[in-house]
Design a protein around this ligand. Structure first.
Ligand code: ZN
Length: 290
């Protein structure tokens, strides 16, 4: 099952087809996109009874019409330095406990957007994003995956100047500019993903197109198998301190290749297009504007 947010309504998607969840279920499920994660298991069961593409209510859609599949999470966690390769390029030690900050929910957007630069040190971070389903407190590591509804693609766009204000620095504001948290295109349920992929090992890439029509240039090429705190571990460690709610998000960290870690350093400039992709989950496209 793939759940998306088409112009503010909760839909199931398959290929280029979308099916309105409220209409197709005769009102059993809400059109409100955030509501899907409260009843994820029920929704999964219902969605398994038909084929989205064959359903008479399905319509063709364009990914540019999708909003954030999780528009109003109660909590957004983001994990810094969760790939050894990125810790090393950042010249920082691998942390003993996950380094956790937030991206304020007002920064969330859909998969195809324009991002306005807030300065001359705005950077990219391709990330796998977890959506919490059942949630709870004190979830054991062995049950970590059971708390997860699905996965999606995210960008943790970061204004490095704001991120490093002060001593010690605080990350939250530098990570929360308008449009700095694109996610999508859809939330892919674990059962759908694991039919074709290993949920513990997904290739994650980020490319840039410098000018319209130019070749893609590779910026990041990693694999989620290299997460130092894998998803069940993050669920266990976070839920030991805070309650996880349905629809909460966890940005799991970025592999090597961000602009800050390059020699010479490189940051986003107006006119570029950033493409973030995770196998089995889809891609994001951000056009950078000044
Ligand atoms: Zn990040």
């Amino acid at each position: 099952m793939r759940v998306a947010n088409l112009l503010g309504r909760s839909v199931l998607v398959s290929g280029a087809k979308a099916l309105d969840i409220e209409n197709a279920s005769g009102g059993r499920f809400s059109s409100e996109p955030q509501a899907a994660y409260e009843r994820w298991a029920e929704l999964l069961e219902w969605a398994a009874t038909f084929d989205v593409v064959e359903h008479p209510g399905s319509v063709t859609f364009d990914e540019a019409s999708l909003f954030a599949p999780v528009p109003r999470p109660r909590q957004v966690f983001a994990v810094g330095l969760n790939y050894a390769s990125h810790a090393s390029e950042s010249k920082l030690d691998v942390p003993e406990n996950p380094l956790v900050f937030t991206k304020f929910p007002s920064s969330l957007t859909g998969p195809v957007t324009e991002v306005r630069l807030t300065g001359d040190r705005v950077d990219w971070e391709a990330e796998l994003v977890v959506v919490i389903g059942a949630g709870g407190r004190d979830i054991p590591r062995a049950a970590g995956w059971d708390a997860v509804a699905g996965l999606t693609v995210g960008q943790d766009i970061s204004d490095r100047t704001v991120q490093n204000w002060g001593n010690p620095p605080q990350f939250n504001l530098g990570k929360s500019g308008q449009g700095f948290s694109p996610i999508g295109p859809a939330i892919v349920s674990l059962d759908e993903l694991t039919r074709s992929h290993d949920r513990n090992s997904l290739r994650i890439t980020c490319h840039v197109v410098d000018t319209p029509g130019a070749e893609r240039r590779s910026l990041q090429d990693g694999n989620t198998a290299d997460l130092m705190f894998p998803i069940p571990d993050l669920v266990a460690r976070l839920s030991a301190i805070v309650e996880l709610y349905p629809g909460d998000l966890i940005f799991t960290g970025t592999p090597a290749g961000v602009g800050l870690g390059r020699d010479p350093q490189e940051f986003l400039v107006a006119g570029q297009t950033l493409i973030t992709e995770i196998e089995g989950l889809g891609s994001l496209t951000q056009t950078i504007v000044s």
